[in-house]
Design a protein. Structure first.
Length: 449
């Protein structure tokens, strides 16, 4: 006589579940540890095909978030069905007949009614993905992208949260990555969902995942959570990126600006992490990098590095000007005509020329020829400065009148197209309105030679 595995699975597993769902037993009447052990034993004895058949009614309860799964405070039935599905190799392929959007909406209804955490739904999605569940991820991601940007769709906070989560899953699954990398980023996504849901809120312009009334309150919550601070620059950039489209009232906008100032202070005190950058770029490929490039403030380290660089450049420039002054002093002492010195000074930018004039005057107080000429030389330098400022003002006014538009050109250049159809490379400004620093470097080399 052959062993009847159908009767065996019924006896050790599903009869207890039937009694429970029919109300003939309570969760505390069942020895759940023994039940889980029996599932492992069935797997070892290769009875999982029968387990799969008999568990399908309970799998359907799991797919649709049937409230009976969560009877009692602990939800033993939910955990048992979930654990059985995890070791059932046929579960994910069986579940392909169910639409993920419908499934997610059912879970949203339950979690909203019970104000429960998303991790119940997240565990189901994880089992499906690890089991090889597949669908048209590209189509799903595009559909969700459209729906999430329409305020009337998924308007309640919990449905919005689950749909954003599903959007993230679809975007990750739609990448060309191998399965291991997809699941690695899925883990990263889940581990940081508490922060990511607030980031999503800003990106889709609607608060999801919590019952806060507006984005000023969300910003305040994010600022109060130290575990978010290493990623708070991403939230800050998103707020800057979306601020004009959040439709905030005047008072709300003022409060948000105060919260953003507080976040900026946190950023100054916190070393940012890049751990979520690739994830966010994958979820929002059209916006994320542009948003980061445009709105990410410099870190304190970057500011200090730039400040030190400028200090070095100023020090170098001061040294160069002092060396030039000493060379001109030596030239005067060796009877080089003052007219030649004047010519060299007028070739410099006005700022550099006036600085050297001052140094020469301090060094040549007893030089009659210099002291009698310096006032006239300074006057010529000042006239040159006035002329350059006039030319710059005229150039700026002309560009404003033509209402020029900057456009990108080949080889990384920038051009202007005016209302008259002219195209002019921005680099072709007159030499006399180039930056003083560039001219100082050029003339330093010229005089030094």
């Amino acid at each position: 006589m052959s062993f009847d595995k159908k009767n065996y699975v019924e006896f050790v597993i599903t009869n207890n579940l039937k009694l429970l769902t029919e109300g003939k037993a309570s969760q505390t009447d069942i020895d759940w540890a023994t039940m889980n052990m029996e599932v492992r034993r069935c797997r070892e004895m290769h009875f999982m095909d029968e387990v799969h058949i008999q568990m399908q009614p309970y799998y359907e309860m799991l797919i649709h978030a049937d409230p009976k799964l969560f009877t009692g405070r602990v939800g033993f039935l939910y955990h048992f069905v979930l654990n059985t599905a995890e070791v059932d190799d046929q579960f994910a392929s069986w579940a392909k007949k169910y639409d993920l959007l419908d499934m997610t909406e059912d879970w949203s209804d339950y979690l909203r009614k019970t104000d429960s955490d998303i991790h119940y739904y997240e565990k189901l999605i994880r089992i499906l993905l690890e089991g090889g569940y597949d669908t048209d991820w590209q189509n799903l991601s595009e559909q969700l992208k459209l729906d999430l940007h329409e305020a009337e769709v998924y308007s309640d906070y919990k449905t919005g949260e689950l749909m954003c989560f599903l959007h993230g899953v679809a975007m990750l699954m739609n990448t060309p990555w191998d399965d291991d990398k997809k699941m690695e980023f899925f883990d990263l996504f889940c581990d940081n969902w508490d922060f990511m849901k607030h980031f999503y809120s800003v990106m889709i312009r609607r608060v999801i995942g919590c019952k806060l009334p507006n984005f000023a309150a969300v910003a305040n919550l994010v600022a109060q959570q130290p575990r978010y601070h290493q990623y708070i620059h991403l939230f800050f950039c998103a707020l800057c990126f979306r601020e004009d489209s959040l439709n905030l009232k005047k008072k709300q906008l003022k409060t948000l600006e105060e919260r953003m100032a507080h976040i900026r202070n946190i950023m100054d005190e916190t070393k940012p992490s890049e751990a979520l950058n690739e994830l966010c770029d994958t979820l929002f490929p059209e916006d994320f990098q542009r948003m980061l490039d445009e709105f990410r403030p410099e870190t304190r380290e970057q500011v200090e590095k730039e400040r030190n660089k400028l200090r070095m450049e100023v020090g170098l420039l001061t040294t160069q000007l002092s060396e030039m002054a000493m060379k001109l002093k030596t030239a005067l002492e060796r009877s080089v005509p003052i007219s030649d010195i004047e010519c060299q000074l007028l070739r410099l930018t006005p700022g550099a020329a006036l600085d050297i004039c001052g140094q020469l005057t301090m060094m040549l107080t007893n030089n009659v020829a210099w002291m009698s000429s310096v006032a006239e030389i300074r006057e010529k330098i000042l006239k040159k400065k006035e002329e350059q400022e006039r030319q710059l003002s005229e150039a700026m006014r002309t560009m404003a009148e033509k209402r020029s538009v900057e456009v990108k050109v080949e080889n990384g250049g920038t051009a202007q197209i005016t209302e008259h159809g002219d195209i002019r490379n921005l680099a072709e400004l007159p030499e006399n309105i180039m930056s003083e620093k560039l001219l100082e470097n050029e003339n330093t080399n010229r005089i030094g030679s």
